[in-house]
Ligand binder design. Structure first.
Ligand SMILES: C[S@@+](CC[C@H](N)C(=O)[O-])C[C@H]1O[C@@H](n2cnc3c(N)ncnc32)[C@H](O)[C@@H]1O
Length: 296
């Protein structure tokens, strides 16, 4: 995938159209194999700054910190937590955290980091859609958090919205920071922003890029992934249909990091305050590479 914190899509990417992999379960299995390998590559590589994190660095972006606010004493569920550095960063700020991810290698690394750093955290391996069968904590979280390269791995957002609502306490809120769907239609390898992908499509998009979005030169055994484009209305619809209410919605013209050529978005959903936020970012090529520009 080509999203912020998701892998790059190569020119050979294509709509998958049942080329030997035909069910959602098959797509998930293929993705899971890739992520299992990639979790280890990221934990061993430099890009994720694990050494710095172990030395005390907080891995969360200033935007997320500002928008989510004080988490001390709050119960926070982190969906698609990768190998747990962001989850554990919330724990360092006083949250009681639970992280879930479908890659067992990611969860194993997260658990070992939690032990090594003496940070209390619960990590559970679960495919997102199967979470209610794995984590029996309905209505228990103050905050459900997910960020940067997550919804592109999910074929259908309606059940995702229901799962988010399922875990929120009354008055709790959901927060997402994510790449902007507007950017997902561009061919990321094209310097002049040629259109590469459909905006309206429920088809999986096959990617066979080499390396990962963070470790570009990594040699992987698994090369194939499947991802999905989601429109803004799909995102809104999934959250509204689940009974959540829009808190605020902003679009910003900058990326979370200097090197990301995409448009990150933030959505904040709050079941009581009714605001909803999306933050959109521009590309370095467009001169939008300063994460503080446009911060509200
Ligand atoms: C880009 S990463 C998460 C971003 C996080 N901000 C980071 O960079 O550490 C996406 C994560 O989603 C997980 N994932 C992908 N599809 C999933 C699914 N269907 N269920 C649960 N986790 C999934 C992957 O294992 C991966 O750890």
């Amino acid at each position: 995938m080509r999203l912020f914190f998701a892998r790059n899509r190569c020119m050979a990417s294509q709509l998958a159209k049942n080329r030997g992999v035909s069910t959602v379960d098959d797509y998930m299995k293929t993705n899971q194999e890739w992520w299992n390998e990639v979790a280890q590559v990221h934990a061993q590589g430099d890009a994720y700054l694990l050494k710095e994190f172990k030395a005390g660095m907080n891995k969360l972006y200033p935007l997320d910190l500002e928008e989510v606010g004080d988490v001390a004493g709050k119960k926070l569920l982190h969906l698609q937590c990768h190998f747990g550095m962001d989850t554990l960063s919330w724990a360092r700020l006083g949250a009681e955290v639970t992280g879930i991810d479908f890659a067992e290698q990611a969860i194993a690394i997260a658990q070992s980091l939690s032990q090594e750093l003496h940070l209390d955290a619960t990590f559970r391996r679960s495919e997102l859609y199967n979470l209610p069968n794995v984590l029996n904590a309905a209505g228990e979280f103050d905050i459900v958090y997910t960020a940067y390269g997550v919804i592109c791995w999910l074929p259908d957002l309606r059940p995702w919205g229901k799962i988010i609502a399922h875990y929120l306490k009354p008055g709790g809120f959901f927060y997402i920071a994510e790449g902007h769907p507007f950017m997902w239609v561009f061919d990321e390898k094209s310097p002049d922003f040629k259109l590469g992908y459909p905006y309206f499509s429920r088809e999986p998009i096959k990617d066979e890029s080499s390396g990962t979005y963070a470790e570009k030169d990594a040699k992987l055994k698994h090369a194939t992934t499947y991802g999905w484009n989601h429109t803004l209305s799909e995102i809104f619809d999934a959250l509204l249909a689940a009974g959540l209410r829009i808190d605020f919605f902003h679009e910003h013209q900058y990326g979370g990091t200097k090197s990301q050529d995409n448009f990150p978005i933030k959505l904040r959903q709050n079941t009581t305050v009714r605001k909803f936020e999306i933050i959109v970012a521009g590309t370095p090529a467009m001169g939008f590479d300063n994460p503080t520009v446009g911060l509200k």
